[in-house]
Design a protein around this ligand. Structure first.
Ligand code: SF4
Length: 704
């Protein structure tokens, strides 16, 4: 069966069913939405990524469509009462346009900033980037994908020449003799993905997991390495050291397809496994077993995820694992390679078409004169009118309302009050703005601070495309129209562009926007010129790059060459360095943060779904029994986790699955339980990724 053509929406006819994809994570599980007797049902749909499975979040996704807290009226802050009050669309759009004009008139174009999200469709991400550069003419746009995949993206580009999360279809995982997961917990974050791992096990494959916690995924592994948070880079270098000494290097591949190996060989020669054991706590025997499982396998895949990436040295850590994969000759070999497990629903597409501070559509660089000429021609504006690069997300948010920073911010599809590191500081920056505008369908914690809240459509009310973790472009299909009073993000941008007298049109029809995106991306690294909605509908999506509508797409990359100027991959020597913040007498423990199965990102959506709230009602702090005993904490006691930046409070969960020197807290909750009140805002110097995964804390029992 083709992907969804049978159930696709028909123009002009209210559809009863739509074959679409889950609104949440990058697995983009196939589902059917069916409306019958006023109720909307979610049915799983066979698709190559989820193979008929859904997790609890997907099953319950439709509950938000008619949720009592759904925003259906624009809100404007009343200066007298300070409250958000209902207002007409004309009133709020006039207010936003006037506010933008005032701020830019007084402080320059860059005084208005835009903050996007990795859940926006390709069309919306593209339109948002165009709106910032053409309607606002500000250099300040970035997005919350900076929190998720930016380190793997930067490492992929500098080593392999491209950033595509998985450079092969997910089904290849099932064919790998050895699969190494680093800082990834798909059993909780993407449960249907485990079907591919089950295939791998049935074929006799080995699963090795590197994670400081004994996660649900680690429990299924043949071997679990449990390093101290922040030492993955050292572990990777030790694995390469062992691969060298035991003769596992694919010397023909290294000679024919790569550059720079000698410098890496010299660097890892000094990474003695015994020293790495002392640093990381991973026994030498486990390092050796891992290197041998990778080095002797006929096929092997190494995957990283947020656990390895969300560090101030995330780019170098990913680079170390790419070095290992290249030395073993994995990228481009069938059933083998390196990949990153993208997190947000459109984390991949959202970082390809212009939401990033330094980027134009098609993954072009905004400082590349040829790229500026090409995109400006498509947009119908002079290239010289396009602004230059902005700054990464944290720097942008941290500059808001300061003398040199933006004084107005437009937020689409993001909730930085919960998701930003050192969140109390960012919350205070948002309060300092002259104008904060939030487009959302629920009153997120960020919307609560806004001067204007714009109620926008949900996923089941709009058509578009998403690009999943495999680089496969998919169709999101509308089941129904948005409720009265609600507009699409594209319509909001078009309305504002008109009020701001933008020099070009902003289409509101997503198919028209996608056609423009195809032209803008043509010839770029993420080339969508040959991707059409019809072609996606006729098959199970289209993998980029796909430059020609009549030509093939690209499910597997790197078979013959890497997309670098000379076709060769690059090794980069990288060395371990400590976390940005080390433990001390006052802050003697490491905090690491992450997700739980029944919640998603900042929780704005999933905390409002009854079944998910019951499954995961609140935050918690995981402590090892030895640590709990030392602190006099019993399971369920309220504890306070204190860092140099703030504190969070939540009940203790005493469990042997965490290291005694480390505590864990999930980041989905706001208020006193907000994990990001505590996290460190140190960022990777290359990617701008904050160090969410490690900071120094102390834990105290809260006396009742
Ligand atoms: S795994 Fe991800 S895409 Fe699939 S149902 Fe769950 S949240 Fe949705």
């Amino acid at each position: 069966m083709t992907d969804g053509a049978r159930l696709a929406t028909r123009p002009g006819v209210a559809p009863r069913e739509a074959a679409t994809h889950c609104p949440y994570c990058a697995l983009q599980c196939g589902m059917v939405l069916r409306e019958a007797r006023g109720r909307i049902e979610v049915l799983p749909r066979e698709f190559p990524t989820n193979r008929g499975g859904l997790c609890q979040k997907g099953w319950t996704a439709a509950e938000l469509l008619d949720h009592p807290e759904r925003l259906t009226t624009p809100l404007l802050r009343d200066p007298a009462s300070g409250e958000l009050r209902p207002a007409s669309w004309d009133a709020v759009l006039d207010r936003v346009a006037a506010g933008i004009r005032t701020v830019q008139g007084g402080h320059g174009r860059d005084a208005v900033a835009v903050f996007g999200g990795g859940g926006l469709t390709n069309e919306k991400a593209y339109a948002l980037g165009k709106f910032a550069r053409v309607a606002l003419r500000t250099r300040h746009i970035d997005y919350n994908g900076r929190w998720c995949m930016s380190s793997a993206a930067a490492a992929g580009i500098r080593s392999l020449g491209v950033d595509r999360g998985l450079p092969f279809p997910l089904a290849d995982l099932g064919r790998a003799e050895t699969l190494l997961l680093v800082g990834a917990n798909p059993a909780e974050t993407m449960p249907p993905l485990m079907r591919h791992l089950a295939d791998q096990r049935e074929r006799g494959g080995r699963l090795i997991v590197i994670d400081p916690r004994v996660t649900a995924t680690a429990r299924q592994a043949d071997l679990h390495l449990q390093p101290l948070p922040g030492t993955d880079l050292a572990v990777a270098n030790a694995l390469l050291h062992i691969a060298l000494t035991e003769g596992f290097i694919d010397r023909d591949y290294v000679a024919a397809r790569t550059d720079g190996f000698d410098a890496v060989r010299r660097t890892v020669a000094g990474c003695w496994p015994a020293e790495v054991e002392r640093l990381s706590g991973v026994p030498v025997a486990d390092l050796e077993a891992t290197a041998r499982a990778l080095g002797t396998a006929g096929s092997a895949i190494i995957l990283t995820a947020r656990g390895a990436e969300q560090h101030a040295k995330g780019v170098d850590t990913v680079t170390a694992f790419i070095n290992l994969a290249l030395a073993l000759g994995l990228p481009g070999r069938p059933g083998s390679g390196y990949g990153c497990l993208t997190g947000q629903g459109n984390g991949q597409g959202g970082r390809e078409h212009g939401q990033k501070a330094d980027q134009l559509p098609g993954y072009r660089r905004i400082d590349d004169p040829a790229a500026r000429e090409h995109v400006a021609r498509v947009w119908g504006v002079p290239a010289d009118d396009l602004p230059g690069p902005g700054v990464p997300a944290y720097r942008l948010l941290d500059s808001l309302g300061t003398p040199d920073g933006p004084r107005a911010l437009l937020v689409f599809g993001s909730n930085p009050v919960v998701s930003a590191p050192r969140a109390a500081r960012i919350e205070s920056r948002l309060r300092d703005l002259d104008l904060l505008v939030v487009a959302d369908f629920l009153r997120s914690e960020t919307a609560e601070l806004a001067d204007v809240v714009l109620p926008v459509a949900q996923w089941a009310e709009e058509d578009g495309t998403m690009t999943n973790l495999e680089g496969r472009v998919l169709r999101r299909r509308a089941l129904r129209e948005p409720p009265p009073g609600v507009r699409t993000d594209l319509a909001v941008l078009a309305d504002l562009a008109t009020r701001l007298a933008a020099p070009v049109e902003f289409p509101t029809d997503p198919r028209t926007v996608f056609a423009e995106l195809r032209r803008a991306s043509a010839g770029g690294p993420a080339d969508y010129a040959g991707v059409t909605w019809e072609r996606i509908d006729a098959d199970t999506g289209v993998f980029w790059p796909c430059p020609d509508p009549a030509g093939p797409d690209s499910p597997r990359l790197f078979a013959g060459r890497f997309p670098t100027p000379d076709g060769r991959a690059r090794f980069h020597p990288v060395t371990h360095r400590p976390a940005a913040e080390e433990v001390s007498a006052d802050y003697p423990l490491h905090l690491t943060t992450g997700r739980v199965l029944a919640q998603y990102q900042s929780g704005t959506q999933t905390r409002r779904v009854g079944a998910l709230r019951r499954a995961a009602p609140g935050a918690f702090v995981e402590l090892h029994p030895d640590l709990a005993a030392r602190l006099g904490v019993a399971d369920g006691d309220e504890v306070r986790v204190v860092s140099r930046r703030g504190e969070l409070r939540a009940p203790a969960r005493v469990t042997p699955t965490i290291r005694p020197d480390t505590v864990f807290a999930p980041f989905h909750w706001a208020g006193a339980a907000r994990a990001n009140s505590v996290t460190n805002d140190a960022v990777d110097p290359v990617s701008g990724m904050p160090e969410f995964k490690i900071c120094a804390v102390r834990v105290e029992r809260v006396e009742s």
